[in-house]
Design a protein around this ligand. Structure first.
Ligand code: AMP
Length: 215
């Protein structure tokens, strides 16, 4: 299994691109945010610890998310390319990941940066909607559901994630700038950084570009 670390601001479209790439055989998308949201929803011990951090837009403790990622990766035998979306989120987590890969014989294929200007990021996040029942994601501008406010896949009413409200978004972007942005230099210095222009709405073009760079 090869690891591809996805980098990009909240709202850059990492999750959407990763879901699209994961339609390719052998490619799997693992989102740390989805893992944590499932843990909160199921009321697991990790979920109970993570909840308040997440709702305030802060990062959960490194060890908590690292353990969840390692358990999930260890249980996965069939994946060829694992897209890590949302982990690592700071340099300490990147070091944890490097240790995890060394221990388990995994290698880093590359870190793929989805590059999007700030003003587009803010517009995208404020339009984001999610289905609380099946987890499908939408955007009122770029990926609207067929019927406004209703999930195409399961018919449930769509909601705005608690951490997508404007005050929390500003805080998440500040956390990103301070803690996650340095990972771009970290992976560039390691000679592992590749970049995809994420500013347009053409998902197929972004997918083609990304596939060419991660294979
Ligand atoms: P996301 O869906 O990736 O935007 O993540 C939602 C929230 O989950 C973040 O604002 C953090 O509170 C938490 N989270 C996700 N991934 C991590 C991580 N690698 N480290 C710490 N907290 C995380």
């Amino acid at each position: 299994m090869k690891i591809v670390v996805l980098l990009g601001a909240p709202g850059s479209g990492k999750g959407t691109l990763a879901a699209e790439l994961a339609k390719e055989p052998g490619v799997r998308h693992l989102s740390s945010g989805d893992l944590l949201r499932a843990a909160v929803k199921n009321g697991t011990a990790a979920g109970v610890k993570a909840k308040a951090f997440m709702e305030s837009g802060n990062l959960v403790p490194d060890a908590l998310i690292a353990e969840m990622i390692e358990e999930t990766v260890a249980a996965d035998a069939s994946t060829e390319v694992l897209l890590l979306d949302g982990f690592p989120r700071n340099v300490a987590q990147a070091e944890i990941l490097a240790g995890m890969m060394a221990r388990t014989g995994l290698s880093l294929q590359c870190a793929l940066l989805l590059d999007v200007p700030d003003e587009i990021v803010i517009r995208r996040i404020s339009g984001r909607r999610v289905c609380p029942k099946c987890g499908a994601g939408y955007n009122v501008d770029s990926l609207p559901p067929r019927v406004e406010g209703v999930c195409d896949a399961c018919g449930a009413g769509l909601i705005t994630r608690k951490d997508d409200v404007p005050e929390t978004v500003a805080h998440r972007l500040a956390v990103y700038a301070e803690q996650t942005y340095p990972l771009i230099a970290y992976y560039r210095e390691a000679g592992a950084l590749v970049t995809v222009d994420g500013s347009g709405d053409d998902l197929a073009a972004k997918k083609r570009d990304a596939l060419g760079k991660i294979r």
